[in-house]
Each structure stands twice: as structure tokens, then as C-alpha cells.
Design a protein around this ligand. Structure first.
Ligand SMILES: Nc1ncnc2c1ncn2[C@@H]1O[C@H](COP(=O)(O)OP(=O)(O)OP(=O)(O)O)[C@@H](O)[C@H]1O
Ligand SMILES: [Mg+2]
Length: 255
């Protein structure tokens, strides 16, 4: 049975990921000071900030790879540790060179041998545009293709949490929109809780429920929380409307 250790927040949703007064430094360089926010269960929040603001550091903290100097981080009510979130797309490449793409994509799912899972992995690879390349190795792919495979692995991970660090940074603009659509469809079928870091205000707004922006100065603190209304969430990955344009402007101005 799933433990129900996460707290309740006012609108009756449970907290999935919580940061309470988190401070973190590399040596003497303070990156975060008293950073707090809570991502409710089944929501994915975007963090939009300029290069060097601390997005990757934040995801390393949430995934338990780094420990805060002060403050508390919980994921589903527990302190995270390395490997506690398996649905991760890191900014640096993290495919295993000795496994083929299909084996890589299956790495974090329940059973590597399971034929049903293999079928799912192939469907996911097809969905990210890597059909029929299942038995090739990471070095045989372009950087954008490797990123797509990592994205497929995170979506297939046996985990209700997801952390994604610029998952489409190396992907061309057309493919990126197809992957946005895939992300939106999958979220509809299977809700996830998580954080997506990006430089792209439009990606943040289209893919997430709330957009958090960081202040420019370091140590970084939270600058704005911008809620994404249903009128934008229901947009197809290729359509535009005035709410989307206004929100984009709001995010850009808050950076
Ligand atoms: N291992 C490290 N040791 C010392 N300083 C570091 C280390 N990793 C990152 N930093 C510093 O921490 C700050 C935040 O880096 P981080 O990689 O988290 O930024 P980012 O927002 O992810 O940037 P980008 O958008 O370019 O990926 C930067 O000033 C960087 O120089
Ligand atoms: Mg980064």
C-alpha cells in the first residue's frame, strides 16, 4: 500500500515535492538562500531562469544527489536519496554506453526482461522518433537523438515523479513540438509530480501547471510564481492564443 506521508495543502491536494528554507553553497559561493516552494501531487512545475542561476543544482538537490546546507527537502514526505527518483532527464548525458538504446530505456522500469515492458519501450522509442533503432548503441546516435532516448527512459520509469533538466535543449524546433505533444498526452493518461527546468518560457507554460522564476542575483531566491490557466493547458502543442502570449511576456519580464 502507498504510504500517505505527504502533507495536505489548502486546496486538499497533497504536497509531492517540498523545499523549506533551503540554502546551498559550492564552497564559499552561495547558490540558494532560504528557497521555499511546494509542488502538489500530480502537478509539474517549471523552473525558468537564466543560465547559471542554479536550475541543475536545484534538481540535484531534489533528486537527493546533493544535500542542502540548511533547510529541508522532501519528496512524498521523505528525504530523497540517490536513486529515489528514477524518472530523471539530466542535463548532461546519462545513457549507459554498454547498453543498447532499448536496454537503456528499460533501465528504470520494473523488469528489464518483461516482454510487455519491451513492447512499451519500443512504442516509446517510436514515439520519440527512434523507431527501428532499438539495438543500436548511444555512440551511434546524434546528441538530440540521445536526449530523446533519455526522455523516453524517464517517461517509462516505474516512478510517479519526474525531474527534467532542459530535456529538449538539443532537439530541433519541430521535433520539440512533437515531444511536447507526447508529454501532454502522457500526462493526461498518467499524472506525474515533478519539476522541469528550462530557459524557454513557452515550453514552461505549455508543459507545466505553474511557472517559478528565479531572481537574477546570487544567492538565488524565488522571484515569481505564475499559474498556468486551463485556457492555455488545453492548447494543442501547435496552437497559440492571447493568454499564452500574455503569460510568455509575464515570464520574460520576471527574469
Ligand atoms: N560543481 C560545482 N562547483 C562549483 N560551482 C558550481 C558547480 N556546479 C555549478 N556551479 C556553479 O553554480 C551556479 C549554478 O550552476 P547550475 O549548473 O546549477 O546553473 P543552471 O541554471 O543549471 O545553468 P544552465 O542553464 O547553464 O544549465 C553557477 O554559478 C555555477 O558556476
Ligand atoms: Mg543547468
Amino acid at each position: 500500500m502507498q504510504e500517505t506521508s505527504s502533507k495536505i495543502i489548502p486546496d486538499n491536494k497533497r504536497i509531492g515535492i517540498e523545499l523549506e528554507n533551503v540554502s546551498f553553497s559550492y564552497g564559499d559561493t552561495k547558490i540558494f538562500e532560504s528557497l521555499s516552494f511546494s509542488v502538489p501531487e500530480d502537478e509539474i512545475w517549471a523552473v525558468v531562469a537564466r543560465s547559471g542561476a542554479g536550475k541543475t543544482t536545484l534538481l540535484h538537490l531534489i533528486s537527493g544527489l546533493f544535500i542542502p546546507k540548511y533547510g529541508i527537502i522532501t519528496v512524498n514526505g521523505r528525504k530523497p536519496g540517490p536513486g529515489s527518483i528514477r524518472g530523471v532527464v539530466f542535463q548532461d548525458e546519462s545513457l549507459l554506453g554498454w547498453l543498447n538504446i532499448e536496454e537503456n530505456v528499460l533501465f528504470h522500469s520494473a523488469s528489464h526482461e518483461d516482454i510487455v515492458n519491451r513492447d512499451l519501450a519500443r512504442k516509446m522509442l517510436d514515439a520519440v522518433g527512434l523507431a527501428d533503432r532499438y539495438t543500436e548503441y548511444p555512440h551511434e546516435f546524434s546528441a538530440g537523438m540521445r536526449k530523446r532516448a533519455e526522455f523516453a527512459r524517464a517517461l517509462l520509469a516505474d516512478d510517479e515523479y519526474i525531474l527534467a533538466d532542459e530535456p529538449f535543449g538539443t532537439v530541433d524546433a519541430l521535433t520539440r513540438r512533437e515531444l511536447w505533444r507526447l508529454w501532454l498526452n502522457l500526462r493526461q493518461d498518467e499524472p506525474r509530480t515533478g519539476v522541469l527546468c528550462t530557459h524557454d518560457p513557452e515550453e514552461a507554460i505549455r508543459l507545466c501547471d505553474e511557472v517559478v522564476t528565479f531572481s537574477l542575483q546570487q544567492p538565488t531566491t524565488l522571484s515569481h510564481n505564475i499559474h498556468v490557466p486551463e485556457s492555455v493547458k488545453n492548447l494543442d502543442a501547435y496552437s497559440e492564443n492571447s493568454d499564452l502570449r500574455d503569460l510568455k511576456q509575464m515570464v520574460i519580464e520576471s527574469l
